[in-house]
Structures are given as C-alpha cells and as structure tokens.
Design a protein. Structure first.
Length: 319
C-alpha cells in the first residue's frame, strides 16, 4: 500500500471540489482520477496539475483506471447521478445502487484493501451497498454521512451566537436528509452548553429548531440558486481523507456501521459521531439521547431499511 495515495472515482463537481481542496491543503502524495468520461478526466488532470507550482507540496496527479486502486490507501466514491425533477428518492437510490455496485466490483478486482469513503447519494444507503459488495471489514468502509450537515450547523450557529465556528461543538445525527436531528444536550460553545448560553442571553429556545431547519433547507436553497452544492462537501471530504491519511483520530459524524444494538440499531449505516484514523473507523461515540432524539434516529433508520427491503438488497444480489 502506498502511503498518501488517493483514488477518486467520479470527476463531477463534488469530486473535483474535493480534489481542488486537496491540492491547496496538501497531505496527498498521489491522486488518481477515474471517471467513465475519459476525456473530461484527462482535462481535469491537466487543469489541476497546472496549479502544482503554487501548491504546498509535490503531488502526482493523473487520470487512471481501476487497477490503480490496488495499492491505494484511500478510495473516494463520488460518482452517481443527481436526482431528476419528479424522480422519487427510491428511484434515485436504485439507479445509483447499480452504478456504485459496478464501481465497487471494479475496485475490488484490483486487490484493493484500504479505506473506501462514500459520498454518492443517498449516502447512507450507498455506503451500505459498497460495504456489502466489497466484503471489506465494516470499519474500512464509511460514508460522508452528516459531516456537511454538521459543518452547516456550526456555521449557522456561530453566525447566530457571534462566535467562531471552530468553537461551536455540535452534531447533526441520523440520515443525511430531512430526517436528521441535533442532540442539543450535547451541543456546546467552547465548554459551555448551548442551551445554557441561550438561557443566559434570554434567547428563545425555539431558535434552535429554526437553526436546524435552516440546515435542512440549505441544500435546497443552494440547488435552487446555483443548481448543485459541491464546495462544502468537497471541503468536508478533503477533511475526512486527511484524517485517515494523517492517522488523526478525529471525531466526525460519518455514516458508520451500527451493529449489536448500538443506538438501538443493527446492520445499518447511519450518521453518528465516530473516531477515524488510518485504519478507518476506530470506534463510535455513544451519546445518551433523549426519547425524542432516539425516536428520530429510529425513524431515520426505518426510512433507510424500508428502501433496502423494497429493492436495494435485490439489486445488490443480482448477478
């Protein structure tokens, strides 16, 4: 395995936003770009490479194919189609399951045994698909989960409280979607509970729910204004990859595999706080949830499992 070698599958807006972020941040020794559109991928290789004289470190960037996965430390999957007007979430999931299944099979044919990070949507379902198809240990496969949602929450919360977003410690949990929730009892500004800050400042508690709603609506608003969201998730993926490459033991709300009744769930990928390092998911952080929060998490998981039962599991098992 080559240390610092990353393979990106999918050179659309999300994938290339991640690649550009990596180029600026450094920490990656080799970046391989894979996409069904070979010409575009070659163009992306050239365009990124021309920025290398101004990058913080030397980096090999090239358009490649799946055999390049063999000795990669990390593979990031961003490929997939976007939801079309009038298309249901289940229809999108079915289409992307077939795409992600094929990609995963090609990755594993190379002999790959590193970490796979999934960002294709619906991300919790697609992470499950990759884990099932790859057969890799569950700690080596995880999704971007609610990392972007959490970043949005911290940004909006910091703007509301007029403090640095780096000092807002709060998480969005559950599905990367409308059924997500914030465990507010575990939300802090610095080392002080956000709820205590709200009380002392005589701020209405209803504002917290409005802030969460703003997080949920953010993606819809961006898509309405500029057709897609990609810079935020690109930065988020760059952060996650760096945490793996640098063995950071960072806490992030990734789509992680729950088993043996963790959070009252079993055999499902969902967004929860977890510690990640060079081996993937080291461990989950178990938070005490209120009954309402637990019900919200259960609802998130139910939505995902229903889609799996309707068709996703059948597509995975197809020859």
């Amino acid at each position: 395995m080559k240390q610092g070698k990353v393979v990106l599958v999918g050179t659309g807006f999300v994938g290339m936003s991640m690649a550009y972020s990596m180029l600026n941040r450094g920490g990656v020794n080799e970046l391989i770009l894979i996409d069904i559109d070979k010409e575009k991928t070659k163009g992306e290789e050239m365009d990124l490479s021309h920025g290398l004289p101004f990058a913080p470190q030397k980096m090999i960037i090239k358009a490649g194919d799946y055999e390049e996965c063999k000795d990669a430390q990390v593979v990031v999957i961003t490929a997939g189609v976007a939801q079309k007007p009038g298309e249901t979430r289940l229809q999108l999931a079915e289409t992307n399951t077939r795409i992600v299944k094929s990609i995963t099979q090609d990755i594993m044919k190379s002999g790959f045994n590193g970490i796979i990070i999934v960002a294709s949507n619906p991300v919790d379902l697609m992470t499950y698909v990759v884990a099932k198809v790859s057969g890799l240990p569950k700690n080596q496969v995880f999704g971007s989960g609610t990392v972007l949602d959490t970043a949005r929450l911290r940004y909006i919360m910091s703007d509301y409280l007029k403090v640095s977003s780096k000092n807002v410690h709060a998480y969005i949990m559950g599905e990367h979607g409308d059924s997500s929730f914030v465990p507010w009892e575990h939300a802090y500004v610095g080392c002080k509970k956000i709820k205590d800050v709200m009380r002392e400042d005589n701020r209405p508690m209803e504002d917290l729910e409005k802030i969460h709603q703003d997080v949920i609506n953010a993606a819809y608003e961006i898509i309405e204004k500029k057709k897609a969201t990609y810079y935020g998730i690109g930065m988020s993926l760059s952060k996650i990859v760096k945490a793996v490459l640098d063995n950071e033991n960072s806490i992030v709300t990734i789509s992680t595999y729950l088993k043996d009744g963790e959070y009252g769930q079993d055999d499902i990928y969902i967004g929860v706080p977890a510690i990640i390092n060079s081996k993937g998911v080291r461990e989950l952080l178990k938070l005490d949830l209120t009954e309402e929060e637990q019900n919200k998490l259960n609802n998130s998981c139910r939505i995902i499992k229903e889609m799996r039962e309707k068709s996703i599991d059948k597509i995975i098992e197809e020859n």
